[in-house]
Design a binder for this molecule. Structure first.
Ligand code: NAD
Length: 378
C-alpha cells in the first residue's frame, strides 16, 4: 500500500499486480517502451515479469514454464510481447497454448484511424471480435497418407457417399453452440458497454451449413436479446470487399476463428498496418493483452519498430482494470505524437527509407514527454 496525491487530496492506493511477459524478437524492446509509458501515466501497477518462448526453451527445455501459468492464475490480468513460433518444425505456438489453457475465448482487436497515419481511409473505427478456441484452429488434423486419414476417408465414403481423394490431408472444423453463444453474447455486451451501434456476424453459412450455419443461427437468436443494438450478417468474401470499399459502415464484427484471424489483419491494413494494431484475449476469469503483430525477428535489438500496438494493448488493459483516466491520457499522448508526425518510427513515415524516422526509444520518449506536458497543463 502507498500514499498518493490526487487533486490535492492524499489517497491510499493498493497497487494492482500485472503479469508481464516480454516475449522474444522485438518483444522485449516494445515491452520496455510500453512499461515506461504506462508508468508515466501514474497507473497503480506493479509488474510481475515472467517469460516464455524460444529463449526460455534453450535454457529450461520448456517454452511455457509453470511460473507463467501460476503468475497469470494469481494476477488474472497479463500483457505480453510477441513470441516466435517456428514454422513447420519445433514447438507449437505458445500464444495459442496460452489462449487454450486459460480458455481466453474472445480475441478483441480494435482498428481505428489515428490522424497522421497515412492510410487510404478516414473515419474507420471497427472492433473485430474473434472466437479463439475452435473452428479450423482446434488442432484436429489428419496427415496425408496416415492410417487415420485413410480410415476417415473410408468412413466418409461409407456414411455420406462422398469421395475424398486418398492423397488428402484433413483438418476438422468444429463449431459448437456453446462456444458460439458465449462469443456472440460477448460481442453484444461489448457493443453495449462501449456505446457501439451495430454488430455484424461474418460467416460462410451458404456453403458450410452445419458449422457456419450454426454460428449464424445462434447469432440471430442472441441478437433478439439486444434490441437496442442493430444486427446484421455478411458472407465473409462479401465482407472483405465491403471492408475495402466502405469500412466506415462497420462497427463491431463477430467472427469464427479463421475468418477472425484473416479479417483482423485486413482491418489492421485499413488503418495503417500492424504497428498500430492492439489486441486482447479475454476469458471469463483471465485476460491477456498483446499486439496483433508478431516478433519481427529481423528487427530484433535494432531500435527500429513501432511500439504503438503494444502501447495501445496496454490502453485496453488499463480500461479493463478500471484505470480509465490513465488509459485516456496514454491514448491521447500516443495520438498526438502520431499526429505531429515528427518522432515516429519508419512505418509511419512516407517512403520505406525515410531518414527522418526515429527509433522505438525516441518515439517512446516523445510519448512520455507528452504525458508530462499534460500534467503541467492540468
Ligand atoms: P510479424 O508481425 O512479426 O512481422 C511482419 C512484418 O510486419 C515485419 O517484418 C515488419 O515489417 C512489420 N512489423 C511487425 N510489427 C511491427 C512493428 N511493431 N513496427 C513496425 N513494423 C512491424 O509477422 P511474421 O514475420 O509473420 O511472424 C514472425 C514471428 O512472430 C513468427 O514466428 C510468428 O509465429 C510470430 N507471431 C507471434 C504472434 C504473437 O506472439 N501473438 C502473432 C503473430 C506472429
Amino acid at each position: 500500500m502507498q500514499k498518493q496525491a490526487s487533486k490535492g487530496i492524499e489517497k491510499e492506493t493498493i497497487k494492482r499486480t500485472i503479469t508481464l511477459i516480454p516475449g522474444d524478437g522485438i518483444g522485449p524492446e516494445i515491452t520496455e517502451a510500453m512499461v515506461r509509458v504506462v508508468e508515466a501515466t501514474g497507473a497503480d501497477i506493479e509488474w510481475e515479469v515472467v517469460n516464455a518462448g524460444a529463449e526460455v526453451y534453450e535454457r529450461e527445455g520448456t517454452v511455457l514454464p509453470q511460473r507463467v501459468i501460476d503468475s497469470l492464475k494469481k494476477n488474472r490480468v497479463g500483457i505480453k510481447g510477441p513470441i516466435t513460433t517456428p514454422v513447420g518444425t519445433g514447438f507449437r505456438s505458445v500464444n495459442v497454448a496460452l489462449r487454450k489453457f486459460f480458455d481466453l475465448y474472445a480475441c478483441v482487436r480494435p482498428c481505428k484511424n489515428y490522424p497522421g497515419i497515412s492510410s487510404r481511409y478516414e473515419g474507420v473505427d471497427i472492433v473485430i471480435i474473434r472466437e479463439n478456441t475452435e473452428d479450423l484452429y482446434a488442432g484436429v488434423e489428419f496427415e496425408c497418407g496416415s492410417s487415420e486419414a485413410i480410415e476417415l476417408i473410408n468412413f466418409i465414403k461409407e456414411r455420406k457417399d462422398v469421395d475424398i481423394r486418398k492423397d488428402s490431408g484433413i483438418s476438422i472444423k468444429p463449431i459448437s453452440i456453446g462456444a458460439s453463444e458465449r462469443i456472440i453474447r460477448f460481442a453484444f455486451e461489448y457493443a453495449r458497454k462501449n456505446n457501439r451501434k451495430k454488430v455484424t456476424c461474418v460467416h460462410k453459412a451458404n456453403i458450410m451449413k452445419y458449422s457456419d450455419g450454426l454460428f449464424l443461427d445462434v447469432f440471430k437468436r442472441i441478437a433478439s436479446d439486444y434490441q437496442d443494438i442493430e444486427s446484421e450478417d455478411r458472407i465473409v468474401d462479401n465482407m472483405c470487399m465491403q471492408l475495402v470499399q466502405k469500412p466506415q459502415f462497420y462497427d463491431v464484427l463477430v467472427l469464427p476463428n479463421l475468418y477472425g484471424d484473416i479479417v483482423s489483419d485486413l482491418a489492421a491494413g485499413l488503418v495503417g498496418g500492424l504497428g498500430v494494431a492492439p489486441g486482447a484475449n479475454i476469458g471469463d476469469e483471465i485476460a491477456l493483452f498483446e499486439p496483433t503483430h508478431g516478433s519481427a525477428p529481423k528487427y530484433k535489438g535494432k531500435n527500429k519498430v513501432n511500439p504503438t500496438a503494444m502501447m495501445l494493448s496496454a490502453v485496453l488493459m488499463l480500461k479493463y482494470i478500471g484505470e480509465n483516466e490513465c488509459a485516456d491520457v496514454m491514448e491521447k499522448a500516443i495520438a498526438e505524437v502520431i499526429k505531429e508526425g515528427k518522432y515516429v518510427t519508419y512505418d509511419l513515415k512516407p517512403g520505406s527509407d525515410n531518414h527522418t524516422a526515429v527509433g522505438t526509444l525516441e518515439m517512446t520518449e516523445a510519448i512520455v514527454d507528452k504525458i508530462k506536458s499534460f500534467k503541467v497543463q492540468y
